[in-house]
Design a protein around this ligand. Sequence first.
Ligand SMILES: [Zn+2]
Length: 276
Amino acid sequence: MRLSEYCRFKPVTNGERLFQFLILNVIGKERASSLDNVSLIQIGGRTDDFADYYAGIFASNLMMRCIKKAKWIDRTDPLHADNNALERHKRELVNYFLTSLEIPKNSLGGNLEQLANYVIDAYRSSKKDITHTVRKQFKRRPDNCYICGVSIDDSSQADQNYELEHIWPQSYGGDSIEGNLLPSCSHCNKEKSHMLLWQNSDVSSFVMMPQAEPHELRSIHKSVRIARHRRLIFEYACSNKLTLKEAAVAIGSVELASPKYIDKYDSIDFYNIKFF
Ligand SMILES: [Zn+2]
């Protein structure tokens, strides 16, 4: 998927708004297209996939650095310390964009302040946990884990298996709101952890021999399956202009279907498996 296409899904959280702003206005459409055509990797038959890999790693790294910087500033100078704290934070962030991130001053004009606002909003969202009111919206609703499909039920307080999963990770500014949450089993929630894009998972070193046996395919680590599922969700949301939650619901879970290979003559890696 082209980097600029990551902006076609419908954002519902402050983290998603920051992400799309970074791609469209900071990296910029021109640079995003350059990243999509990294000439160095035009060998090996995975050109588009690896271009997507590097672009995703770059975008998510940039985003997390912005949020961590805002967190660090807030620690050293709490936002609510006085009325001028917010303005000081913005100034410090703008300085960070110019010096450490090396965003050219002229490229964004007044948008550096706008970027600082997006970063602060995403940082604030990352601090807010799920409230009782939001949790109640999901209460007493037997459901299936949206990732692996296993049946989960929150009707029993003792059932520790039921968790609400942030579709856009909380650490990346994913708000704890109904539109960004879906029930998942604790195993999937733990495995997905802070995975933002499939690129955040350890997918580059996974390679099996061609025509792997069904039991070998079933042994593919859960984090790789979750990453593949995540890629499907993004692609579906972007091509249909949906929220990630709408796309996740439309696609359904993947664990119950055994992965299959696409090209039987090639080794099996992250790009050579499918679930459907
Ligand atoms: Zn699950």
